[in-house]
Design a protein around this ligand. Structure first.
Ligand code: SAM
Length: 358
């Protein structure tokens, strides 16, 4: 999921930036995304890379590319294992000259309406019930009875039970929930927050959480309830990874690989949930602290401007006062001046005497 369209803190060459000790402590995968917030499906590849290999796909299709982090990671695997990558996004990132990559600057439902020969799909486009339900149905239609692996992002909080709309105009009005353009979401509340103590969303989300036909997980469940021959499991980390596969026509090695991943995901899920909740609470705290910092900066700027204004007013008043005093009593001013001169002379003389005595 992409929380903010301004998200720009993805580190390149992560490993090069770590100290010797840290490098030893964090055995990161090659395509690790290290950022204040994690948004890419590339982060799941160390877990699911094996499944892609065992599916032996001719084509892997990625729906929703954003900056192409997952696309690049997939191309690394593609060049080793030998498959092509199709990337589908109406707002595709910069051109790539990788021979294994084909770019489709279009909506997922237009791409998936045609059988391009993909058997592995990454679904990370528009995170709402209508889109995801259609995407899964179209994949089902083209793969009917043949093995297919679909990896979905954002099946956990906050999009599990709340629609998000990147491209609201591409979704029929009747299928869209009432939305807000900017919101702050909290794991502690189903309603939108007034303050900043949550995760900020700069992409429109449904005002109401849960209920009928709302959210990505609801779409997966809807699909599963109407289609036989699928297994599904999800990992509650980095906004949630869903692994959906058809059980039809699997080879022994594929069956074993799926059973192994299922067991691993079940095993690691409680731990992943703890880490994810902690990450979301910290994201909320960072947002709140950032908002507080901006508030303080605005208050400081306002106070500084006030102090500057008051200082110049004071200076002007002092000048005016001095001028008035001079006008009112020039004689007193003169005698005061003489007294000051006499005092200065006496001090001078006494200093001279002291010097002579020495
Ligand atoms: C969360 S980002 C994808 C991140 C990427 N998959 C990754 O792992 O690094 C979502 C992307 O989906 C695209 N998108 C939104 N609606 C779409 C749709 N209906 N079909 C295809 N792409 C869509 C957006 O333009 C955006 O670039």
């Amino acid at each position: 999921m992409l929380i903010s369209k301004d998200h720009d803190k993805v580190f390149a060459n992560v490993v090069d930036r770590l100290s010797e000790t840290a490098r030893e402590c964090f055995p990161l995968p090659d395509d690790a995304e290290v950022a204040d917030n994690l948004v890419s499906m590339a982060n799941f590849l160390p877990l699911i890379g094996e499944l892609i290999e065992v599916m032996a796909p001719e084509i892997v299709a990625e729906i929703g590319a954003y900056r192409g982090i997952t696309t690049r990671a997939l191309l690394n695997i593609a060049n080793e294992v030998g498959f092509d990558v199709h990337v589908v996004d109406p707002a595709l990132p910069e051109e790539s000259d990788d021979a294994r990559l084909t770019r489709f600057k279009q909506l997922s439902i237009d791409y998936l309406g045609v059988d391009h020969g993909a058997s592995v799909f990454f679904i990370d486009g528009d995170h709402n019930y209508f889109t995801v339900e259609r995407e899964l149905s179209l994949i089902h239609q083209q793969r009917a009875g043949r093995p297919v692996l679909t990896l979905l992002h954002d099946v956990s909080w906050p999009c599990a039970r709340r629609d998000m709309y990147y491209l609201p105009d591409t979704i029929p009005k009747s299928a869209r929930k009432p939305t807000v353009d900017y919101s702050v979401l909290s794991v502690a509340s189903s309603t939108l927050l007034e303050g900043d103590a949550g995760v900020p969303m700069t992409i429109p989300v449904a005002i109401e959480e849960a209920g009928d036909a709302n959210g990505v997980l609801t779409a997966v469940e809807g699909f599963l309830s109407t289609h036989d021959g699928y297994e599904y499991i999800q990992l509650p980390a980095i906004f949630g990874l869903g692994v959906l596969w058809s059980t039809a026509d699997l080879s022994d090695s594929q069956r074993k690989a799926f059973a192994k991943i299922k067991e691993r995901i079940q095993w690691v899920s409680p731990f992943a949930a703890t880490m994810e909740l902690n990450r979301l609470i910290l994201l909320a705290r960072v947002n709140e602290a950032g908002a507080e910092w901006h508030k303080c900066q605005r208050a400081i700027a306002e106070l500084t401007a006030n102090v500057d204004r008051l200082s110049s007013e004071l200076k002007a008043k002092e000048i005016e006062l001095a001028r008035l005093a001079e006008q009112e009593n020039p004689a007193k001013q003169e005698s005061q001046g003489e007294q000051e001169n006499q005092a200065e002379n006496m001090a001078h003389r006494s200093a001279l005497d002291t010097t002579r005595k020495q």
